[in-house]
Design a protein around this ligand. Structure first.
Ligand code: SAM
Length: 214
């Protein structure tokens, strides 16, 4: 099947900016306390439910995967960009990182105890979210939690240049209501959502959604 242009552009873009991204966002310490708190609560929920395999989809350089690992979660990362993955493997040699796309995950049905997509569904056009959420639903076990983080807004932000490189990267700012509706349609129960105002250099509010596969 022909690959959609947006996947090729996203992969090429992140391949080019991997060094700059890694330098700008080395660990979760540069994120807000609320984001870290949600990941911590998520990890606690996974442990309380008895553990099991968790995947961070769109793991980039691996900082979220490593944060979840430090909280006792059996987590591995999947990403589209070989260069981001190369940095993830170098930064976190004890963890597993695989190449793949959230639009067609190479994972068995019902095999995951949890899935985190931390600022990665923003690179999939909203028209394709139903397919991605159906894929998340397919790979998660019944009752397993899905945690999403994304920027809030109506218009995509397009970057033609980033970290000194020419890129073609779209950041789809999203409506929490529309994402929640798409999750429900895909067979999730939306359990919690948080929208916070911009912090540090952020330009728009940020949203976090926790849902469970029905
Ligand atoms: C903004 S970065 C976030 C990385 C990491 N979650 C973090 O917070 O540091 C977005 C990542 O999503 C990945 N990505 C974008 N589209 C993807 C797709 N369809 N499948 C898998 N990964 C994807 C990109 O390659 C990039 O590494």
């Amino acid at each position: 099947m022909t690959e959609p242009t947006y996947l090729r552009d996203t992969r090429d873009g992140y391949d080019k900016i991997s060094a700059g991204y890694d330098e700008r966002f080395p660990t979760m310490a540069v994120d807000g306390a609320l984001g870290r708190a949600l990941l911590t609560a998520y990890a606690e929920g996974i442990r309380e439910a008895g553990g099991g395999p968790v995947v961070e989809v769109g793991c980039g350089t691996g900082r979220v995967t490593a944060f979840l690992d430090s909280l006792g979660v059996a987590v591995r990362g999947i990403d589209l960009s070989p260069e981001m993955l190369a940095r993830a493997r170098k930064n976190h040699p004890g963890l597993r990182f695989d190449e793949g796309t959230m639009t067609a995950l190479d994972l068995p049905d019902g095999s995951l105890a949890g899935l985190v997509a931390w600022y990665s569904v923003i690179h999939v056009p909203p028209a394709d979210h139903p397919g991605v959420f159906a894929e998340f639903h397919r790979v998660l076990a019944p009752g397993a939690p899905l945690l999403l983080a994304f920027q809030v807004g109506d218009e995509p932000l397009r970057f033609e240049e980033a970290f000194g490189h020419r890129v073609s990267l779209d950041f789809h700012r999203l409506s929490p209501d529309r994402v929640a509706e798409a999750l429900r349609t895909a067979g999730f129960t939306v359990h919690a959502r948080l929208v916070r105002g911009p912090e540090r250099a952020e330009r728009v509010p940020q949203a976090y959604l926790l849902a469970h596969r029905e």
